[in-house]
Design a protein around this ligand. Structure first.
Ligand code: SF4
Ligand code: SF4
Length: 353
């Protein structure tokens, strides 16, 4: 037996439901029964139902206990979280599916997010946890999801629509490859708090952390200077040094990106591209952001062909037509100064087509 170590995650195979262990690699087909309900059928005739539910993403222990109790009651405790924070109850007894969905609905869990729908929005930490956000995460996503809720539990859209949010350019969320991405943007250089820099920061490390060389040591003051014209507002310096805060009520906001996808179906994965360079932070409901996202979703839904993802639709009609149909103004910020970079990035692991 291999020596056991305490490194790495446990072997996922030990946590699979028995029906998956038994039919592993031997499934005959799978299908979508209704929004939020998937069905897998094995060569053996065994069936597995997956009931998908949107989660709030930030979950209290009480909520987690309730979810676990539901999983114990209906599917022997077999439950998983998807990468977009959906909950999936893995039910091997078909008779339990309807009672589970009924109880989920009574308790206010939205069932949906599969097939040509908007699935749960993946987001990052936002104002609640992280140190560099230019916008909130759960607050914006709650407002956007409320606005698009009708597309979560229905199949009204032409294809999948994946939305994500990252609250700064570090992009902990999947904003580079989502149909619509909401990305927090800083627009002002850091403020230098010399007392904090002197007390808490390793000056060589802070200088080395700046990708554009905008930070220089200031030995007489035992502090730093920032060349504001070189700064690209990335926030790296603040990660190294709390004396360089970047957050600014007037400068911070969000940008909207469109057309990315991870799937290799029909076309290789694509990167999201800039649609709206800046929208203000307007908590608690971010109306500018919710209106912009809904406008893009509904314009795509109206004009795309069946199965056409956002990026595929834009490539077919052309970017100028996209800006025309969505009434989004085209500005100099849309001009990509990393010429041809997006076209030349290798986005697929496939070697041959
Ligand atoms: S995207 Fe940026 S601000 Fe948001 S959690 Fe990640 S590092 Fe923090
Ligand atoms: S925000 Fe980024 S570019 Fe600007 S000074 Fe800090 S590390 Fe340099």
């Amino acid at each position: 037996m291999a020596a056991r170590t305490d490194f790495g995650p446990p072997d996922f195979r030990t946590m699979l439901p028995p029906v998956i262990q038994k039919n592993y690699g031997q499934w005959r087909y799978h299908g979508r029964v209704e929004p939020g309900l998937l069905k897998n059928v094995g060569e053996s005739g065994d069936e597995l139902y997956t009931v998908r539910v949107g989660s709030e993403r930030l979950l209290s222990t009480d909520r987690l206990r309730e979810i676990c109790d539901l999983a114990e009651k209906y599917c022997d405790g077999y439950l998983r979280f998807t990468s977009r924070h959906n909950l999936e109850f893995l039910v091997s007894d078909g008779a339990q599916v309807e009672p589970l969905i009924a109880e989920l609905q009574v308790k206010g869990y939205p069932v949906g997010g599969t097939g040509p729908a908007i699935t749960n929005i993946v987001h990052t930490q936002g104002w609640i946890h992280c140190h560099t956000p230019a916008t909130d995460a759960s607050g914006v996503v709650k407002a956007v999801m409320d606005d698009l809720f009708e597309y979560f539990g229905s199949w009204k859209l032409p294809a999948y629509c994946r939305i994500s949010l990252a609250c700064c350019l570090n992009m902990c969320g999947a904003v580079h490859c989502s149909d619509i991405a909401i990305l927090g943007m800083h627009r002002k250089p850091p403020h230098v708090n010399h007392d904090v820099v002197r007390a808490k920061c390793e000056i060589p490390n802070v200088v080395a952390a700046c990708p554009t060389g905008a930070i220089r040591p200031d030995p007489p003051n035992k502090s730093l200077t920032v060349n504001e014209t070189k700064c690209m507002y990335c926030g790296n310096c603040y990660t190294m040094c709390p004396g360089l805060p970047l957050a600014d009520a007037e400068g911070d906001g969000v940008s909207i990106w469109v057309g990315g996808k991870l799937s290799s179906a029909r076309t290789p994965p694509t990167m999201s591209r800039l649609a709206i360079p800046y929208l203000p932070n307007n908590p608690p409901r971010w109306p500018e952001v919710t209106d912009a996202v809904k406008n893009i979703v509904e314009t795509w839904a109206e004009h795309a062909r069946k199965h056409e993802r956002m990026g595929e639709w834009i490539e077919r009609v052309g970017w100028d037509r996209f800006f025309e149909l969505t009434h989004i103004p085209f500005t100099e910020q849309h001009i990509d100064d990393f010429t041809l970079a997006t076209e030349t990035y290798r986005t697929t692991p496939a070697f041959r087509w």
